[in-house]
Each structure stands twice: as structure tokens, then as C-alpha cells.
Design a protein around this ligand. Structure first.
Ligand code: C2O
Length: 547
């Protein structure tokens, strides 16, 4: 084990894309941010110094943070923000995880520019369960706004309307040749023939699930959310915000001077304004001689599934299975202590008297879990919990079921008004939880990438229509379901997950579409300490920011 130390200076940096230059918030002046590289078992220290006017926090998405919730990062959940001029050192240990994850800001919409890969290598002397790749390449998807994304979300929250969409999708920060004024900002992956590359795909986009494909090449999926899966081949990958997928790319034996496009664009299940544009990068084979120019070479283009290709997506997500071997077992809880049924979806709140609201029927857009739109407190939940000062900060009566049941694929209820609260579910240490997440189709059916902090979970079942507690559990996979930290709840459908609450602390669960999170599609789990000293939440570090 070693101690890895990283320094993150949060500072403004001028960046130009699509012929627009803007000053954006960066880590160390890099966009996207730097890679965090460590090994399974390492202790990681990240010293963050804030040199921008905004409050900042960083989150290590998918890192379990066993007993170290103070380092998790969501603002007002596990910490108060790092204010201008302040410093905070995130201190955590990578326990029994290896693969690709990512880090990002976890306050307002700052993750639009503050994000980067996390690469966790297996322990020394340990190897991948697949052939060692010739090279490894992170491919991180994002979005680019010509304007300041903070202005986009604050305007949307003020008017109650849906926020403006971004101007481009990006691969490693680059929009690529299909956008105006952008061809010089194209990601190029130069490859040699006949080799195997490991592509570490990360969806850091704010508000879109993405299809990704490379022309004329098959990809072999080997890992999801830093857990190995049974390998399978595909031409197209679907990746939701918050998910990471490792794929093997085998290059063709002999293809001098050939260029292939790799493209990504949204899979969309909903209504309203959205951006259907396509980011492209180039897979470029080495040329044995230097005299031919790349421009003359035919460019092969991939075909992505059509918008709303629900069938393709359902088929694709069902192919993910845990390895479930002796070395990498699938520890699926076989019995359940507590069952929960949560509806996730959109809704609205009444327009305040002094405002004109541009949301549905003159209201403000909102989003909720079990009809509760989560309001952020002004202090952090974890501190309040640890010091026994929850009064006036949060309640522990988060509903285990929605206030009323309805036909989720039929006509939505007339009353779509949600309530506002800061409430959590309390779980005794080592509770086994089964949670069904049902999409409501209120104000338009949309899929929701649900992300759980502090845990991986097993996706034991999924389906379209209404979840049926009498029939559906019979088909649950309790043998080799995929283990991950972010799952897409299908539009007009449901997923069932199971996890073991073995990590004491306060853990956020939310939709990884930032617009839905901003509207309140989030809640918190409080997991109590276990009896043994090594089952207790560690005390807070002394440099923990104050609100
Ligand atoms: Cu990737 Cu709560 O976040």
C-alpha cells in the first residue's frame, strides 16, 4: 500500500471551444481535469485549495469511502463547501476496488468543468481477468456551454423553466469535427494495428445518457463502475451520466493510414428541448510511410441507434453480469431486512406570488423521490448527525413508499405538486436493503440515472410498466447480477437493487442528471455505527470546512 498525494488548485482558466473563449473553473488550469491514478488499497490525500469566487467541493464518484464519509464531497450532505481562499484535504483509502471511476465537483453545476478520470490499478502482483492491454486510454464524455453553466441553472431555477441545453458534447474536452469551428479541437486516438487497447469510458456529461460507437470496430465490455463483468461484445455502448465502462478495442491487423470516426450522442426518452448533436473523435491507424495525408483517406462513420431506441437499451443493459467467480464473487444479499419502493420523476411546485413562472402550466419544475423534493440544508447533514444536532436540519421520516399509488404508465395523477423536505432514512448497520425504483412518467416519461453514494448495489431486476411485487421478484437474478453505483431507471419502467448497509455515515442518492438533482430528485440514507470499533464512522478531520 502507498500514500498517494495530489494537489488541486481550483482556479480560473481561459479555454476556447467552438470559437468562444471563456474563463472557466478548473483544477490546476486543466480542462478536463487531471487524472487521479492509484492502486487498490492505497491511501489517497487530495489537498484542494480554492482560488475562485465560488464555493467548491469535490466528489470521488464510486469510491466506497468506507467509514470515511467526511471525504465523500457532496455539498451540504457530507461537508460544508470549501470557500474562497480555504483549503481542505480529502483523505480516503481505496478498499477492494479496481477499474475506472471519476471525480467531479459536487455543488451546483460546477461539475460541468470540474471533472477528471480516476484510474485504480489492481494491487501489485495482481492482474486483470483479461489479457493485458497494449495501452490504456481514458475517454471522458462531457458537455460544453458557450456561456457559464452556473448562469444557466440559476436562471432556470429562478424562472421555474427547464434550463438551456449545452452547445456541444465533448470527448476529453473536445467537441470534434461535426460542430462548427471545432475541427482542430478533435480527440485523436492513434493506434497500431493488431493490438488491444483498454478504453476507459466515463460519462461526465451533465444531462444526457449517451450512445458511443467506433466505426467498423467491435468493443468488448469487461468492466462497469469499477467492477469486472462477464465480457461481451457490442458495436454500441450506452453510458449514463455517472457510469464508467471499460471496453477492449482490438485494432485490425493491417489498416495503414485509415481513419475511423468514434461518435457519441444522446439516447433520449422524454419531451422538451434537447440537443441531438454528435461529438466525434478519430481513431487513426499508424501510417508506415509518412507521405500520405490523412485528409485524403476515407473516413468510416459509425451508425448509432435511433433516438429513443428503448429496445436496444433494454437488451444492452441486461447483458451486464457480475463475474461471480471465486476471486471476484457476487455477494448479493440473499435475504432482505428492509424493502423500499421509491417513485422517481418530475413534478412541479406552485409559483410564488411575486413571480411569473415558465414551468408547466405556470408552475415551477421540480423533481422528487416518493413525492418529496429534497431541500439542501444550510449546514452539512453528516456533521449534524455526528454531533447529534439534527434538530432543524433534517428529519428521519423519509417515506418508504409513495404517498399514493397510481398507474405509472397510464394517465398521471392530476395533482403533480411535490412537497419539499430534508429527510433521510435511518438504517441499522448491516441492514440488507431491497429498493425498487419506479419511474412515474409525470410531466413526460424520462429515464433517470440513479446514483448511490457510499455503496455498490446489485441490479437484481428491471422491467417496463408497473412493478408488480407479487410477480416480479420471482424473476430476480440473485446469482450474477451486475454490481454498480449508478443505474438507469428506464423511462416508464423500474429497476430493483439490493445492497448491504455496511458503511456508517450519511449517504446521498440522486439522479445524475444535474437538472433533476437541482430540482430535488435526491434523498439521503443514514447508516448507523456497528458495534465493533472498526464498524464506526471515523471522527471528522480537523480541517473540515465550516458553513
Ligand atoms: Cu457523481 Cu453525487 O455524484
Amino acid at each position: 500500500m502507498c500514500v498517494c498525494i495530489f494537489f488541486c488548485k481550483i482556479k480560473l482558466q481561459n479555454v476556447t471551444r467552438l470559437c468562444h473563449t471563456k474563463s472557466l473553473i478548473s483544477v490546476n488550469g486543466q480542462f478536463p481535469g487531471p487524472r487521479l491514478v492509484a492502486r487498490e488499497g492505497d491511501q489517497v490525500l487530495v489537498k484542494v485549495v480554492n482560488h475562485v469566487p465560488n464555493n467548491v467541493t469535490l466528489h470521488w464518484h464510486g469510491i466506497r469511502q468506507l467509514r470515511s464519509g467526511w471525504a465523500d464531497g457532496p455539498a451540504y450532505i457530507t461537508q460544508c463547501p470549501i470557500q474562497t481562499g480555504q483549503t481542505y484535504t480529502y483523505n480516503f483509502t481505496i478498499t477492494s476496488q479496481r477499474g475506472t471511476l471519476f471525480w467531479h465537483a459536487h455543488i451546483s453545476w460546477l461539475r460541468s468543468t470540474l471533472y477528471g478520470p480516476i484510474i485504480i490499478f489492481p494491487k501489485r502482483n495482481d492482474s486483470y481477468p483479461f489479457k493485458k492491454p497494449y495501452k490504456e486510454v481514458p475517454i471522458i464524455f462531457g458537455e460544453w456551454w458557450n456561456v457559464d453553466p452556473e448562469a444557466v441553472i440559476s436562471q432556470a431555477l429562478q424562472t421555474g423553466a427547464g434550463p438551456n441545453v449545452s452547445d456541444a458534447y465533448t470527448i476529453n474536452g473536445l467537441p470534434g469535427p461535426l460542430y462548427n469551428c471545432s475541427s482542430k479541437d478533435t480527440f485523436r486516438l492513434k493506434v497500431k494495428p493488431g493490438k488491444t487497447y483498454l478504453l476507459r469510458l466515463i460519462n461526465a456529461a451533465l444531462n444526457d445518457e449517451l450512445f458511443f460507437s467506433i466505426a467498423n470496430h467491435t468493443l468488448t465490455i469487461v468492466e462497469a463502475d469499477a467492477v469486472y463483468v462477464k465480457p461481451f461484445n457490442t458495436n454500441v455502448v450506452l453510458i449514463t451520466p455517472g457510469q464508467t465502462t471499460n471496453v477492449l478495442l482490438k485494432t485490425k491487423p493491417y489498416f495503414p493510414n485509415a481513419n475511423f470516426l468514434m461518435t457519441a450522442r444522446p439516447y433520449f426518452t422524454g419531451q422538451g428541448t434537447f440537443d441531438n448533436s454528435t461529438v466525434a473523435g478519430i481513431l487513426q491507424y499508424d501510417s508506415p510511410s509518412n507521405h500520405s495525408s490523412n485528409n485524403k483517406i476515407p473516413l468510416f462513420k459509425p451508425t448509432l441507434p435511433p433516438i429513443n431506441a428503448t429496445g436496444f437499451v433494454a437488451n444492452f443493459t441486461r447483458k451486464f453480469r457480475s463475474l461471480a467467480t471465486a476471486k471476484f464473487p457476487a455477494n448479493v444479499p440473499q435475504t432482505v431486512d428492509k424493502r423500499f419502493f421509491f417513485t422517481v420523476g418530475l413534478g412541479s411546485t406552485p409559483c410564488p406570488k411575486n413571480m411569473t413562472c415558465q414551468g408547466p402550466n405556470g408552475t415551477k419544475f421540480a423533481a422528487s423521490v416518493n413525492n418529496v423534493s429534497f431541500a439542501l440544508p444550510t449546514t452539512a447533514l453528516l456533521q449534524s448527525y455526528f454531533f447529534g444536532q439534527s434538530y432543524g436540519v433534517y428529519t428521519t421520516n423519509f417515506p418508504t413508499n409513495p404517498p399514493f399509488l397510481f398507474n405509472y404508465t397510464g394517465t398521471p395523477p392530476n395533482n403533480t405538486v411535490v412537497s419539499n423536505a430534508t429527510s433521510a432514512v435511518v438504517l441499522p448497520f448491516n441492514t440488507t436493503v431491497e429498493l425498487v425504483l419506479q419511474e412515474t412518467s409525470i410531466l413526460g416519461a424520462e429515464s433517470h440515472p440513479l446514483h448511490l453514494h457510499g455503496f455498490n448495489f446489485f441490479v437484481v431486476g428491471e422491467g417496463f410498466g408497473n412493478y408488480d411485487p407479487n410477480k416480479d421478484p420471482a424473476n430476480f437474478n440473485l446469482v450474477d447480477p451486475v454490481e454498480r453505483n449508478t443505474v438507469g431507471v428506464p423511462s416508464g419502467g423500474w429497476v430493483a437493487i439490493r445492497f448491504l448497509a455496511d458503511n456508517p455515515g450519511v449517504w446521498l442518492m440522486h439522479c445524475h442528471f444535474d437538472v433533476h438533482t437541482s430540482w430535488g430528485l435526491r434523498m439521503a440514507w443514514i447508516v448507523l455505527d456497528g458495534p465493533l470499533p472498526n464498524q464506526k464512522l471515523l471522527p471528522p478531520p480537523c480541517d473540515l470546512p465550516k458553513c
